[in-house]
Design a protein around this ligand. Structure first.
Ligand code: RAM
Length: 360
């Protein structure tokens, strides 16, 4: 999947990361969720049949954080295309803003439509939990991808990369570019986003290490994965913190907006912008020298893997239990880890040398 560069990923061991990542999510506890649960989710009693063929005619639906985010569009399109390979029908539905409760009514509609599986990039681990539990009790498989829902409210979480690896690597990458010195800020997505919040917890933990003693995180700002708001938040950070040396935007919307602001301002060349971006959105800012390097995984692979995971669940091949294996078409075999987490693979670092090799 990510063949040409491992330098972004090599420093951090993968062992034990999954549990740390989930512990850092915050969010709904097992107890608080189960007290609202109408019945035990179906997965607890089901038995996996690894030899079951993928069922034909499965109906699955992708519910992204928001539909007008280019990243989510790439992920879901690939997932929808994957469904054609196993002769299923897939679609994308969702809100135009990434707010906490925006996905609830969509889940209710998908339940009424008797989808076989709902795939969700949760805007809030808790706000979607009740309706997702409802779906599970009706036999609908629930797969979170990109941004997890509370683990009692889904069968599987398809994580794009180890959360710990993403968080720590972002700090390392920025530190390298500012000689491990100075004030830094994070420009995040929404305040409730499970994925960004988990990464930020690992960033903060990484910053406690001695090698970062001269770096200080002064602010976490939220652009809500809205281009204009992210642009304005960048401007606000640079005005409020005149000594700021770098910004990490662990969101494709945020990093593109931050780079656009810096690119057209007096801060170009003085402030380091990095984070997670798509090569197509970031190309111009890498070429004009605003951004030296940033990271991401392959969003197409994420959608493709999530789609196959949903089909495998809905076909009874897997139940979501740790250690179960399933085949994700051309991506090969994956094993379910602790707490129903499946990791796509390591992230990849993009820079001026390699960015033209990618088109997404
Ligand atoms: C944005 C979204 C998404 C995240 C990427 C990196 O598109 O916040 O959830 O995974 O950035």
């Amino acid at each position: 999947m990510f063949t040409s560069s491992r330098r972004f990923t090599s420093a951090v061991a993968m062992v034990g990361l999954v549990s740390l990542g989930l512990a850092a999510c915050g969010g709904t506890t097992k107890e608080s969720v189960s007290s609202q649960a109408p019945a035990a989710p179906e997965q607890s009693s089901a038995t996996a049949n690894p030899n079951a063929p993928l069922k034909e005619g499965l109906k699955i639906a992708f519910l992204p954080k928001q539909i007008n985010n280019p990243y989510e569009t790439i992920v879901d399109k690939a997932g929808i295309e994957a469904a054609a390979e196993y002769k299923g029908t897939a679609k994308e539905v969702g809100p135009s803003d990434a707010s906490a409760s925006s996905q609830v009514s969509y889940i209710n509609t998908l339940i009424q439509q008797q989808q076989d599986a709902i795939l969700i990039a949760a805007n809030d681990a808790n706000a979607v939990c009740g309706p997702l539990k409802q779906a599970m009790t009706k036999g609908i498989k629930v797969v979170s991808y990109d941004s997890d829902a509370s683990k009692d409210c889904r069968n599987l979480f398809i994580n794009q990369a180890s959360s710990e690896e993403v968080g720590r690597s972002e700090v390392k990458m920025l530190a390298d570019m500012i000689d491990h010195k100075g004030e830094i800020a994070v420009l995040s997505a929404t305040a409730n986003a499970t994925n960004q919040n988990t990464w930020i917890e690992f960033m903060k933990d990484e910053l406690t290490k001695p090698e970062y003693k001269d770096m200080k995180l002064v602010k976490v700002a939220y652009g809500d994965d809205d281009d204009q708001k992210s642009f304005q938040e960048t401007q606000g950070l640079l005005q409020a913190y005149p000594d700021l040396k770098g910004i990490i935007a662990p969101t494709t919307v945020g990093i593109a907006a931050a780079a656009r602001y810096v690119s057209g301002s007096k801060y170009k060349g003085k402030i380091v912008v990095t984070g997670l971006g798509t090569p197509n959105q970031m190309r111009e800012f890498v070429k004009n020298g605003t951004v030296e390097k940033f990271a991401l995984w392959n969003p197409k692979d994420l959608g493709y893997l999530a789609s196959y995971a949903a089909a495998s669940l809905a076909s009874g091949q897997i139940t979501g239990a740790e250690g179960e294996k399933f085949k994700a078409g051309k991506l090969g075999e994956f094993t379910i880890g602790k707490d129903g987490e499946v990791i796509l693979g390591p992230p990849f670092t993009f820079d001026a040398q390699n960015i033209d090799d990618f088109d997404y």
